[in-house]
Design a protein around this ligand. Structure first.
Ligand code: MHF
Ligand code: KIV
Ligand code: MG
Length: 280
């Protein structure tokens, strides 16, 4: 398993860091077997596996339930888990308690929080001191979709770009072990990556981040409603699943399934006797 130190070393050695989301036992197991560097139990699970409209509906309980399945499936991979909507804004006590429950129940290695407001910087310090590594997430922060006015590229003008640079540096200073940069222009992501000693993990943030992350269901095209333009599709699992299930149904209807190799037998004479006894 990659440690926080090894992940930082990878940036120094210019070795790209790979991260993919996982939401359950099979996705975690397959991603681990594919030798991904880090797994993210993303709150995107609300949208891609629970069918919610946005990540805003996701609860701490949802994250714990799915996080537990992920760490059972991937016993030897570094697992980051999202703190969901409003679970780290109410008070320091409430935030620490939510992080404690998430980490102790799931055995994930680090939590991820969106934004870099003062209370998030403070929480990052408090959690780090308490032994919980913290990942940052800047740029398009989906939990703030209604403040941002949609899933849009962030940091395109002077003020917002400068603020993103300040936010990234503040998160590093607060002790964050890495930062996800989502939907920011490539030149800005490159500059931020150069300015930090902790790795940046990009999603729609160009080629010059220290690593990349994508949503599992996007890579595989597994029943996703839409696909952001920054996604590379590597499979058509949704279509393949549909075809397989259609074939199964048609085999049942036409009597081509089940066959002799799918059945269990008994002594025919015994069944004969049973039927005779039934008719007495
Ligand atoms: N399937 C899936 N993939 C994701 O990456 C993802 C989720 N769901 N749900 C949670 C958030 C939401 N995310 C999103 C959603 C939409 C765009 C999107 O449509 N972006 C436009 C950019 C528009 C612009 O130019 O400003 C794009 O064309 O990609 C981006 C990120 C990322 N996360
Ligand atoms: C897209 C990644 C970075 C994420 O936060 C998620 O999957 O929830
Ligand atoms: Mg997320």
């Amino acid at each position: 398993m990659k440690t926080t130190i090894q992940i930082k070393e990878m940036k120094k050695n210019k070795e790209k860091i790979t991260m993919v989301t996982a939401y359950d036992y099979p996705s975690a197991k397959l991603a681990e077997q594919a030798e991904v560097d880090m797994l993210l139990v993303g709150d995107s699970l609300g949208m891609v596996v629970l069918g919610y409209k946005s990540t805003i509906e996701v609860t701490v309980e949802d994250m714990i339930h799915h996080g537990m399945a992920v760490t059972r499936g991937a016993k030897d991979t570094f697992v980051v888990i999202d703190m969901p909507f409003m679970s780290y804004h109410i008070s320091t006590e409430n935030s620490l308690e939510n992080a404690r429950r998430i980490i102790q129940k799931t055995n994930a290695h680090a939590v991820k929080v969106e934004g870099a407001a003062q209370h998030i910087l403070d929480l990052t310090e408090r959690l780090t001191v308490a032994g919980v590594p913290v990942f940052g997430h800047l740029g398009l922060t989906p939990q703030s979709v209604h403040v941002l006015g949609g899933y849009r590229v962030q940091g395109k003008n002077r003020e917002t770009a400068k603020q993103l640079i300040i936010d990234a540096k503040n998160l590093e200073r607060a002790g964050a072990i890495g930062i996800v940069l989502e939907c920011v222009p490539d030149l800005l992501a490159k500059y931020i990556s150069e300015q930090l000693t902790i790795p940046t993990i990009g999603i729609g943030a160009g080629m010059d981040c220290d690593g990349q992350v994508l949503v599992y269901h996007d890579i595989l095209q597994y029943a996703v409603e839409y696909t952001p333009s920054f996604v590379q599709k590597y499979e058509e699992i949704g279509n393949r699943t549909k075809e397989a299930i259609k074939k199964y149904c048609s085999d049942v209807k036409t009597g081509q399934f089940p066959t002799n190799s799918h059945k269990f037998s008994m002594e025919p004479s015994l069944m004969k006797e049973i039927i005779q006894e039934e008719n007495q």
